[in-house]
Each structure stands twice: as structure tokens, then as C-alpha cells.
Design a protein around this ligand. Sequence first.
Ligand code: ADP
Length: 312
Amino acid sequence: MDLPEFAIEARGLTKTYAATKTTPEMRALKGIDLAIPRGSIFGLLGPNGAGKSTFINILAGLCQKTSGEVSIWDRNIDQRPRDARAAIGVVPQEISADPFFTPKESMEVAAGMYAVPRAERRTDELLAALGLADKAYAYVRQLSGGMKRRLMVAKAMVHNPPVLILDEPTAGVDVELRKQLWNYVLELNRKGVTIVLTTHYLEEAQELCDQIAIINRGEVVVCEPTTTLLRRMDTRMVLVTPEEPLTIAPTLAGFETKLLKAGGFSVTYRTGQSSVEQVLAAVRAAGLHIKDISTEEPDLEDVFVSLTSAAA
Ligand code: ADP
């Protein structure tokens, strides 16, 4: 069988939540077009209320779309809802662990729900991969928050889906566990699993995702390879340490400057308009002697702020 080019495709996807007595009608998705390439680690970013969870819930079959077309692994969610759902594992945002089951039992129940034959179950392998082997028979209430979250990832993978969706997977997870979780996610990706994640940690998205879509107010603002997205930002910064520490930022013709700790300063310039060369010339022209310089690349945070604040 041919593998699909896109793990997930949405065309003109809309979702309007009907008005209630206390809330007005809400157009949460206003015609989303997204094509998530098979094999990618795809980041879905956006401020609170952008529509990310709504999108994920539609994929997971937990929320009815209003209009548009969605396919998961080339399976249209209207025409082949069961097949489409079998192709994704979803790790929800909230931790929901059954307090009466051990992780092992929890996994078996999840496998049962997906009708995975006993011979094909990989409960122990999954628990081990997520660092939960020694907790297989513990009660869930004895697990830490991080362990519960890893158990949820394991549960989402019981039916071996080609696409794994993680909704804010590392919120509230400490740095060490986050690393562990990412290592497992990266390993799954190396084995061919397409990963879709929403995260508030822009740094994380920047580091992990090869493609990023930014959603704002129910619309896709941008969808690009991470490197292209970062290149969009044409501001650069030069950090200058002068021979003599300064107490106020110097005035440089044509450049914005800011005083830094320890008597240094930063100079901001636009790549289209000037160069490091010109910045240094301006610093020297101001009578300053340079002890050291470094440059700073823009990060996703800058891109994100500039793309989502424009419409605010
Ligand atoms: P995000 O996950 O990006 O924070 P959501 O998809 O949760 O965004 O929400 C998008 C918009 O839809 C928000 O304005 C939210 O208040 C609204 N919304 C989400 N779920 C519901 C619901 N069940 N009923 C009514 N409005 C909702």
C-alpha cells in the first residue's frame, strides 16, 4: 500500500460553537487549511483560545466539525471515521488516570478498546520505553504527575498508530522528565511516526519541530518549515562589550541601542538595511573601543509575537 504524502489534511475546516444562555456564538475555527507531512514533527502553536484544542478534538473524534474536510492517513473522517481514528493516538492535555488500575491494567484496557489482539500487545515494551517498567504494578495514585503523563503517552500508542498527537505534553513536567519524554517521542519519529504537538514552550517547538503552524483566532497565520519561519525575522542584535564599561547606552546614528548589565550594550539592526560591519563602524565612530562582540539570532518567540500581535 502506498503511504500517504500527508499524515493529516484539513481543508476549509470550520467549527462554530453554538451560543448558550451565558456565552455568545464562538467561531473557533474559521476555515483551516493544513497539510501535515508524513514523518514530520509538526508544531501547532498559538495563544490561548486560538483553536488548537478544537482542531485536535475534531481529529480525535471528540468534537463535531461545522464544515470542511479532514483526512487522517488518507482516511476521510466522515466517510471512514473508525479507520481514521485508528490511525492516530491522542495524548490529551489533562491527566486522566484511573485510580483503581495499575499502569499495566490501564494499558490492557486501552488495548482492549482499540481491539488490539493479545498477541500483538506491546504493554511491557511501551511501559519500559517510557521509564515505567518498575511501576507496571503500582497503583496510579502512587505515580507522580510526570509518570502519569508518560503513562498517557504509552496508552495513546497501544494500537501502534502512525500518527501521535500530543496536546501540551510537557506543561507542568520537570526538565528531566521533559527530556525523557522527548527522547521517546524523537525515537518514535525516527521509526516513522508522525508527531503533532501543541506547546506553549516556543523553545521546545523551535528545537523539535521541523514544521510549525501558528494559529491565531481560528485562522492559520503561517505554516512553514521552522528554519524558514525563523528567517522571516530580519532583526539581528549585536552585543558589544566596550573596553570601558558604560553607564548609559551610547547614541549611534541610525541604530537602536540598549544598555546591558556589566556596562555593555546591544545594537539592533535589520538585515535588509545594514550589516554587522556598519554597526561596528558606528560604534567606533562614537569613539568607543570594542573589547568583545557577539551576535544574537532571533528566536521563535520574536516571530510568534510579531505574527500574533499584529491582529490584536
Ligand atoms: P486553544 O486550545 O488554542 O486554547 P480552544 O480550541 O480551546 O483554543 O478554544 C478556541 C475558542 O473556542 C475559545 O474562544 C474557546 O473559548 C472556545 N471554545 C472551546 N471549547 C468550547 C465549547 N465546548 N463551547 C463553547 N466555546 C468553546
